[in-house]
Design a protein around this ligand. Structure first.
Ligand code: PMP
Length: 356
C-alpha cells in the first residue's frame, strides 16, 4: 500500500490529486482521441485551444486587463532574469534585493548595464522586506520578488516608484489576488501553484513592448512570442496542458480569492505553533511572513535531524530548509490541504512533549 505523504516541498511542488489523475489519463489517451497529450502536434487545433483556454483562465483568475498579453515561454523563471534587462535595461535597472532569487536577477542584469540596489535586507539575512516607497529613481524599471522562496518573506505592500514595475511572482502566483495594473511585467515559473516545471508565464503590458527599441534574437524577444501567440516554436506542451487542468481546479475552489482564505488559515495555523512551541522559532519578521514558504529553526539545532525523522514517520516530507539557511522550510502551496498542516503541527507538539 502506498503510504500517505504530506508534501511540503518548495517546488516542483504538490498539485491536486484530481489534476494528477486527469494528467495521467491524458498521457495514455487524450480526450478519447487515441493519442497521448505527449504526442499531439502543438499546431493542431486541439492543442491551440488548450493554449487559448489556459490564457483565458489566467485572465479570468487574475483579472488581467485587455491591454496585457499572457505568454507561455520556456527556460524557467531564471531566463527572465536576463531576458528582462536584454529588452528593457537602457541605462539602469533598479532592483529590490530581498534574497537569493533577487540576487540572481541582479547578477544577470549586470551583463546589460548599471544596476541600482534600491534597498536590501541583506543586513539581517533577508528576514524582512525593506521599505523603498516614495523615492524617485531615474532607472528604466524596478524589479521586485513578491515571495522569497528560500528566506520565507513576502511582499504585501508593493513599492510605487513611478517607473515600470517588473515582478518575479514565481512562488506566490495564484495564491492571492494581485492588481495586475500595478505591474508592467509579471513572470512566474509554473512549477509552484500553476503546473509542472517547463513553462514560464509572462503577463506583460502591451504598451511596454512598444518601448523595446532594438532587434533581438527571436527566442529572447517577447514580441515574437506575443505575435505568434506563444507558438513561435514548440511550447512546453505538457506543462501548459496540466496548468490548464490545475487552473480549472483553482476556479472550482473559488479562484485566487477563495484559495487565499485557505492559504491564510494554513499559514496562521503553522505560525501559531512555531510561536507557541518552546523548541522552535520563526526566521522572518512577523509583518513579512510568507504564506507560501514558512522558515523556522530549533533553538537547539542538534535536535533538527531528530525532528526531521520524527516528522517523516508521519509522512511529512520536504521540510528541510535550504542549504544556505538551514533549519526548516515548509511550503504551503495551493494544493496542500489544511489537514497536512494539522499533521505537521501535531508532530511539532508531540516532539515537544517528548523533550520535556
Ligand atoms: N524566482 C523565484 C522566486 C523562485 O522561487 C524560483 C525557483 N524556485 C526561481 C525564480 C527560479 O525559477 P526556475 O527554476 O524556473 O528558473
Amino acid at each position: 500500500e502506498t503510504p500517505q505523504v504530506h508534501n511540503f516541498g518548495a517546488g516542483p511542488c504538490i498539485l491536486p490529486k484530481s489534476v494528477m489523475e486527469q494528467a495521467a489519463s491524458a498521457v495514455i489517451n487524450w480526450n478519447q482521441s487515441g493519442l497521448s497529450i505527449l504526442e499531439v502536434s502543438h499546431r493542431s487545433p486541439e492543442f491551440e485551444s488548450v493554449v487559448l483556454k489556459t490564457q483565458l483562465l489566467v485572465r479570468e483568475l487574475l483579472k488581467v486587463p485587455d491591454d496585457y498579453s499572457v505568454l507561455f515561454l520556456q527556460g524557467g523563471a531564471s531566463t527572465q532574469f536576463s531576458m528582462i534587462p536584454q529588452s528593457f535595461l537602457k541605462t539602469k535597472g533598479a532592483y529590490l534585493d530581498t534574497g537569493y532569487f533577487a540576487q540572481k536577477a541582479i547578477k544577470e542584469a549586470r551583463f546589460y548595464g548599471d544596476v541600482q540596489i534600491v534597498a536590501s535586507s541583506r543586513d539581517r539575512d533577508y528576514t524582512y522586506v525593506p521599505d523603498c516607497d516614495n523615492i524617485h529613481y531615474d532607472a528604466d524599471y524596478i524589479h521586485t520578488t513578491s515571495n522569497n522562496t528560500i528566506e520565507g518573506t513576502e511582499i504585501f505592500n508593493f513599492p510605487k516608484l513611478g517607473i515600470p514595475h517588473f515582478c518575479d511572482m514565481s512562488s506566490d502566483i495564484f495564491s492571492r489576488p494581485v492588481n495586475v495594473r500595478d505591474f508592467d511585467l509579471i513572470y512566474a515559473g509554473a512549477q509552484k501553484n500553476m503546473g509542472p516545471a517547463g513553462m514560464t508565464m509572462i503577463i506583460v503590458r502591451n504598451a511596454l513592448l512598444k518601448t523595446v527599441d532594438k532587434t533581438l534574437p527571436s527566442m529572447s524577444d517577447y514580441r515574437v512570442f506575443r505575435d505568434n501567440n506563444s507558438l513561435y516554436n514548440t511550447p512546453p506542451v505538457f506543462s501548459i496542458y496540466v496548468s490548464m487542468l490545475n487552473l480549472i481546479w483553482l476556479k472550482d475552489k473559488g479562484g485566487v480569492e477563495g484559495v487565499e482564505q485557505l492559504n491564510i488559515r494554513k499559514a496562521n495555523t503553522l505560525y501559531a505553533e512555531i510561536d507557541r512551541n518552546t523548541l522552535f522559532y520563526g526566521l522572518a519578521n512577523v509583518a513579512h511572513r510568507s504564506r507560501m514558504n514558512v522558515t523556522f529553526k530549533m533553538k537547539d539545532p542538534s535536535l533538527e535531524r531528530e525532528f526531521l525523522d520524527f516528522a517523516a514517520e508521519r509522512g511529512v516530507v520536504g521540510i528541510k530548509g535550504y542549504r544556505t539557511v538551514g533549519g526548516f522550510r515548509v511550503s504551503l502551496y495551493n494544493a496542500l490541504p489544511l489537514n497536512s498542516v494539522n499533521i505537521l503541527v501535531a508532530a511539532m507538539r508531540d516532539f515537544e512533549g517528548l523533550k520535556y
